[in-house]
Structure formats: C-alpha cells, structure tokens
Design a protein around this ligand. Structure first.
Ligand code: MTE
Length: 320
C-alpha cells in the first residue's frame, strides 16, 4: 500500500527532487485526464500577493521542457554566480540572506508606453505561472538542468507596450552596498546590467523566473525576479531586476564592459567559438561528481530550432 511504502522511505531520501518529481508526475497525469493542474499544485494559498518564501501555487507545466536529469536542488542553490554577494561559488548562498526582497519595485523607462515604477507583484500574474525545465550553460564550461517557475518575458513586454523605436531591452540589478557586500568592491561595473535585442526578448523561450523547484526563488538565485535565457551563456540571465529600459541603441552590458575581448553582447552558447582563455566545446554537468565525463556542448545550448532564425544574417564568430 502507498502508506506503507511511504513509511519505508527514510527522511534523508525525501529530497526536493523527489517531491518535485512526484508533483510533476501528478500534474502530467492530471493533464492527460483533463484535470486542471492548479487543483493539484495548490499546496499553500498565496493570499493576495506573491509569497516571499515556500511553495508557489497554481503552476502549470510546459510540455516542451527538457527531459534530462535535473541538477539536484542543493547544487542549484549552493553553486552560484551572483557577484553582488561575492565572487566565490558558495558566497551567494552564505551572504544573500541580507537581500530584502519585499517590498520590491521595478522601474520601466525608455521607448515604452507604460513608463513608471511598479510594485513587482503587479507585474506577476499569479494565475499564469509555468514550470519550465531548461538547460542552463555557464561561460565557465559547466551546466545544469533547472526547473524554473515564471512566465514568458514576451508577456511582460506586450503589457508594457514598447514603441517602434525600441530595438533593445536593457535590464539592471539592484545596487545597494548595505544589502550586497560584493558591490562595495569594484569586481564588476555596478549596477550589474544586461541586454537583449527586442526580437530575442520576445522569443517564446525568454523567461522571467520567480521560482525554482516549485518554490519562491532563493535570494542567491536572483529573488524576487530574474531573467532566464536558455540559449545564451548564464551571465545574460540577470538576477534581482529593478529596472527595465527599452533603448534604440545596443545597450551596455556588464561583462562586455569588463572585458570586450572575452564577452560579447550576443553571448550565444557556441562550441565553435572558444573563450580566449578556454574551449567552449565541452561542459561539466554540475552535481554528477568531480570525475564525471564532460559532455559536448551544443550550439545555442540545444535550442537551435527555436532561435537560429534570430541570427541568420550574423557572423556568429564576429558577433560572439
Ligand atoms: N546577475 C547578477 N546580478 N549578478 C551576477 O553576478 N551572474 C551571472 C547570472 N546573473 C550574475 C547574474 C552568471 S555569470 C551566471 S552563470 C548566472 O547568473 C548564474 O545563475 P545561478 O546562480 O542561479 O545558477
């Protein structure tokens, strides 16, 4: 019986991944039986606003998600890049508790109709959150497979309604030395900033994440709201966004400003364009052990079918 089987499971075996797998299987079964996913996933009521920790309710599943093995939660949340909290991989998990994620506002400016400062909760439709499992590839030649919760960036852009002069979208992270010990040092240009062409931004894969593994984003992963662009190197996926600026010209980006010979504006995952100091042909999957074999990296991180049209007139070696 189910109950007996449950009793045999030691608590150490009940991981975030197993809870996640069970919930996802239930949702999939529900979909095939015509049951609305929110009935199953509605674990904790969120009240009127977005919860600032714990489980997120009303998540639907994205049918095109990657079916690769997930990177364990422990690695997703403890092996991070978030230089505002230090440059070591374990610094964000140790230090990001000082980030205050409520209230949180986002300023919208530039070539767009709905300018102004919005409460973050007004930009997130709690009834339309999706779970998407994306491959995530860092420029440092490691990768993860992560179940994000959020919504397509296109939805937000449609709502904000940029005008025809808007050719690019630029994003900024909070820059507060009182909450972010890393910005007291000039390890990067602050605030951290990133950008996409408007066509990249409205591609159906570009995603705004507010959660991971069915839960509200931990601070070290970019709470309360971040970008996830799965066909680009991880540094394009800017965290803890406080400003979105629609521009006519290609905007400044933090890593290109730091070293334009090493990091370009496009930053598409491309095994044929080496980083000047190392190859991009292979990647190490985080969470599979130090001695696990490296696997070949795929062009556009495997999302070629969905995104190659964006670059058909670009030389990807010059526009790295
Ligand atoms: N966003 C900000 N604000 N600051 C950062 O240092 N690092 C980038 C990106 N977004 C970074 C950021 C890099 S280099 C990577 S690989 C990803 O975040 C890592 O995301 P993760 O820690 O959730 O895996």
């Amino acid at each position: 019986m189910l109950i007996n089987r449950k009793e045999k499971i030691r608590s150490s075996e009940i991981t975030k991944e197993s809870i996640f797998r069970d919930r996802r299987n239930l949702v999939k079964a529900g979909i095939s039986m015509g049951i609305i996913p929110s009935i199953i996933t509605n674990i904790i009521s969120t009240g009127h606003g977005f919860p600032n920790s714990g489980q997120i309710s009303n998540i639907s599943t994205w049918q095109e998600s990657s079916d690769e093995k997930l990177t364990p939660y422990e690695h997703v949340t403890n092996y991070n890049n978030f230089y505002e909290f230090g440059t070591g991989k374990d610094d964000p998990a140790k230090n990001a508790h000082s980030l205050k994620t409520r209230p949180w506002s986002i300023t919208i400016d530039g070539e767009v109709e709905k300018k102004g400062t919005f409460d973050f909760e007004d930009l997130v439709d709690l009834n339309a959150l999706e779970e998407r499992i994306y491959r995530f590839r860092c420029v440092e030649a490691w990768s993860m497979v992560i179940p994000w919760v959020g919504f397509p960036l296109k939805k937000l852009i449609d709502y904000l309604n940029p005008n025809s002069n808007a050719k690019y979208v630029q994003f900024f992270t909070l820059n507060d030395p009182n909450q972010m010990p890393g910005v007291r040092y000039r390890s990067l240009q602050w605030p951290y900033r990133e950008g996409l062409t408007i066509e990249e931004a409205i591609n159906p894969l570009s995603f705004i994440a507010v959660g991971v593994y069915g839960e509200v984003l931990p601070n070290q992963n970019g709470a309360p709201i971040r970008l996830v662009v799965p066909w680009k190197y991880g540094f394009k996926s800017i965290k803890s966004i406080v400003r979105i600026n629609f521009t006519r010209e290609m905007p400044q980006t933090t890593w290109k400003t730091a070293n334009y010979r090493e990091y370009g504006f496009y930053s598409n995952v491309n095994p044929e364009v080496s980083h000047p100091r190392w190859s991009q042909a292979y990647e190490r999957k985080i969470g599979e052990g130090l001695f696990s074999a490296k696997v070949p990296t795929q062009l556009f991180n495997g999302y070629q079918e969905e995104v190659s049209y964006l670059y058909k007139n670009l030389d990807l070696k010059l526009n790295y």
